[in-house]
Design a protein around this ligand. Sequence first.
Ligand code: NI
Length: 152
Amino acid sequence: MAYREIIKIGDDLLRKQSKTVTTFDRKLSDLLDDMAESMFKFKGMGLAAPQIGILKRVVVMDVNGMFLEFINPEIVSSSGEVEEEEACLSVPNVRGIVKRPFKITVNAQDRFGNNFSITGEAMLARCICHEFDHLNGVLFVDKMEREVKGDK
Ligand code: NI
């Protein structure tokens, strides 16, 4: 395992559509392991593959002490609406308020290609939406209602 550098806003790769994963092999497992290591090293709550320059529909997350991996994720339902603060490893020194659903249900595959479904609320739902946006070239600053200034 090795951590990878996180690419930052301004890099075109962050604006591209990521590709569906069709091969569930050792290379994918290595990518997931490297993404987890990078997320922990840089203290993110989540990381999407395009953030390390890999245009594949792969996301890792660490929310509420729960480590999650998503391959080819799709949001199948959502409800409610919450405004909360967000940040992103690819957008240094910016925090802002973004409107997201309160609750979402997602279908995805694990690293072996098995299908699974998960329902998340609050911070988990927010983090999922944020990371999945990366797979479509969308950054939270595109949706930000307003920036939050000052120290956290
Ligand atoms: Ni992000």
